[in-house]
Design a binder for this molecule. Sequence first.
Ligand code: AMP
Length: 514
Amino acid sequence: MNLAQLLARSARVFPGRAAVALGAREVYSYGELFHRVAAIAGALRSAVGGCGLQPGDRVALFMANCPEYLELLYGIWHAGLVAVPINNKLHPREVAFILESSAASLLFVAGDRSAAAPMWSDSTPGLRVVSVDEPAYRQLASVAPIDVVARAPDDLAWLFYTSGTTGRPKGVMLSQRNLLAMTLCYFTDVDQATGADSIVYAAPMSHGAGMYNFAHVLVGARHVVPESGGFDVAEIMALSRHYRQVSLFAAPTMVHRLVEHVAEHGVDCSGIKTLVYGGGPMYLEDIRRALAVLGDRLVQIYGQGESPMTITALARQHLADRAHPRYRQRLLSVGVAHSVVEVMVAAADGQPLPVGSAGEVLVRGETVMLGYWRDAEATAATLRDGWLHTGDVGVLDDDGFLTLKDRSKDVIISGGANIYPREVEEVLLRHAAVAEVSVVGRPSAEWGEDVVAFVVCRPAMLAANAELDQLCLESIARFKRPEDYIFVAALPKNNYGKVLKSELRRHWKVIGED
Ligand code: AMP
């Protein structure tokens, strides 16, 4: 099997249906899209005049959402290759790490992204960088098309880099089977997508939003890339009025903005069919308000790169069942296990805990990753006894609803993006005056969480906020830079000298402390 078959099938069944649109403008029908994809695949494989890539080779994408995103993903899979979609907001140095780690043979960029190409080619021998804005790209689609290259269910399809807790991103290996299972349970657990729907990519296609393409390709729905390439509330609402049955995935911060926009301007939101939210905690008052303003259009999912978009879901009917005696509790939860996985709450020894007890959330099933790319140690630590150890702490109730309490991996989620404190800490520690630092999340009404750094300076030395900011700007993405620096005399530590982040967070009472 090969995920590229999903597109091949839809192109046969609905060749004339609109497949890709940029804003309100149709770009390709399914028939045209498939033709381009088969030609791009031909160019990727062809040794003569093409790239000469072999099945299993990695091809990276570093670009904002654009119509080319979908044809490249499918071109890569059609050719039997592995896609490495990279967060468009990363710093060129962070991109260099991913390219080197994945040993990518080819990188597609858009806009001004090729400026860093010499640096990337230096660190990743043999890497070729192609901009979709160059004439060379347009020529790819005129190469002779090839048939879909056969793949086995456990072959790697998508290498998804998460920010690593150790300061280095890890490559989550997602197989053909993982992504197909994720896709099929979209229909049972998330939404009944149909060919009359349009999926609008309001969130980055390099992440979960992009993974929802499969369910929509399968039913022959329209894929709409906003012209802004990002998240502009007025634009999304205009697209929903234009296309009518619109589905989108949005992080809680984006939902919050949509709700405020609709409430403030009295905008008609009947064009939104389904708004799937997740990727970070949604506070009770926010979801209540979202339901009041937008109506029963919401579905929540809980997932992580290691079991993409698929651990639990809080379905539309649960969010709408206001008379249920446990309604409030359910709104606070992330719903019930998706149909293709088992979810367990376990003690530190991996044994299941009784209903009502808090423990680590473990997941087993078809969507759980193969492991971390070239990192046997991290794989063994995360996949134990057949269970994925999520690092999230949760509680199950009698009806199987899971409520998340905390994140044991200390990840900060700001605007839906994951920020691992260690990564930021390592950068700040480069400052000569910084003796110790600990980075934690502070609840923020707008972003979910803000990054805050607690800094201990060396005796008789000082670090200016602007200098610390500058260090961050030089090596990590802007969104990871702390909003605030709090200078303290010492950090709270346990007996083993480990910094007690929970103590730091007590400054502003964080998630998990009901
Ligand atoms: P990522 O691997 O980037 O998708 O981040 C996954 C993490 O985001 C999970 O392990 C959770 O800590 C958090 N997360 C995802 N979905 C939800 C949700 N619906 N509610 C609360 N936290 C979530």
